[in-house]
Design a protein around this ligand. Structure first.
Ligand code: ADP
Ligand code: MG
Length: 289
């Protein structure tokens, strides 16, 4: 009996989705989008509301005069549907106004030659970076840094310069991820999540910026961070971190509730970080602002 009821419920659910799709297809723009993406019926049925959101957000953009009046769910971006390897993905794309902002900032990509070398406390790191730059190729197994120290001492600045230089001059693929923000944004959209995870896992060099400043959740620690680090370890990919916390403080931070389970899981992350990096400290004046 139970099985029969289940099957019946599934059938009802299916026919409701089918009906929903049929009604939605009466809308010209919806039908066009489904056609352009070459979606089969099953895929389209499951994603009706998401596809409608795509249309809605593009409409908002069409009528928009600037970021200040953005109506979309992720400011200055619109939801886009794309097909990659025969699968449907939803991603957020910077809008035309945001692209101008990005283009403007792009001119200010920091490179190694921009680094001011007057701060003696930074010299050890800069020297290390010079050597790393010379030696690095994606096929070599090279450790990154766990660079910790005081706020505003130049941790993010220096490592960004190194990664950008490798990217521009040696065509190395890089990802710089401001960790607290990344966790927040990927939590909201599963498709964005898988897309970003793929990038974080597979890029030649990854910089996880400001680890320890995030609000820790089990999901962020185990599913996101743990997965990325394990993959990068297994595939011998170079990974950098910056943090205001020492490795011991980070271990404490990642253990959340201090239950014994959390302590084990936090320890596991720390072990991975230690395998991936060389520990260096940078304590200097705060140069921010
Ligand atoms: P941290 O990540 O350690 O908190 P940042 O890397 O953000 O600090 O550095 C703060 C600011 O100091 C940067 O935005 C940059 O303008 C400046 N800065 C730090 N080091 C240098 C340097 N070697 N050359 C030029 N500017 C620097
Ligand atoms: Mg920083």
């Amino acid at each position: 009996m139970g099985n029969l009821k289940e099957t019946l419920n599934k059938k009802i659910a299916y026919s409701e989705l089918e009906e929903d799709l049929k009604n939605s297809l009466k809308d010209k723009e919806f039908a066009l989008l489904v056609k352009e993406l070459k979606l089969d019926k099953n895929t389209a049925m499951k994603k009706v509301s998401k596809l409608k959101e795509v249309i809605e957000e593009k409409k908002n953009c069409f009528n928009c005069k600037g970021i200040y009046m953005c109506k979309n769910s992720y400011q200055a971006h619109f939801l886009n549907a794309i097909i990659m390897d025969n699968r449907l993905y939803f991603t957020y794309v910077p809008c035309k106004y945001q692209k101008e902002v990005l283009k403007f900032n792009e001119k200010k990509v920091i490179r190694m030659k921009d680094i001011d070398t007057n701060d003696k406390k930074q010299l050890d790191i800069i020297k290390w970076m010079d050597n790393f730059y010379e030696d690095y190729t994606p096929t070599l197994e090279m450790k990154g840094l766990f660079l910790h120290g005081s706020f505003g001492s130049g941790k993010t600045y220096l490592l960004s310069a190194l990664l950008n230089e490798l990217n521009i001059s040696k065509k190395v693929s890089i990802e710089i991820v401001y960790f607290p923000e990344a966790l927040r944004s990927i939590k909201e959209d599963f498709d964005l999540f898988s897309y970003k995870m793929d990038k974080f896992m597979n890029t030649d060099i990854l910089l996880i910026d400001d680890i320890g400043a995030e609000k820790v959740t089990e999901w962020g620690r185990d599913e996101v961070l743990g997965t990325i680090l394990q993959y990068r370890m297994d595939n011998k990919k170079t990974t950098f971190f910056t943090s205001n916390l020492t490795i011991n403080e980070l271990e404490e931070h990642l253990s959340l509730t201090k239950s014994s389970i959390d302590k084990v899981k936090s320890r596991r992350i720390i072990e991975r970080i230690k395998q991936l990096t060389i520990d260096k400290e940078l304590i200097s004046e705060n140069r921010r602002g």
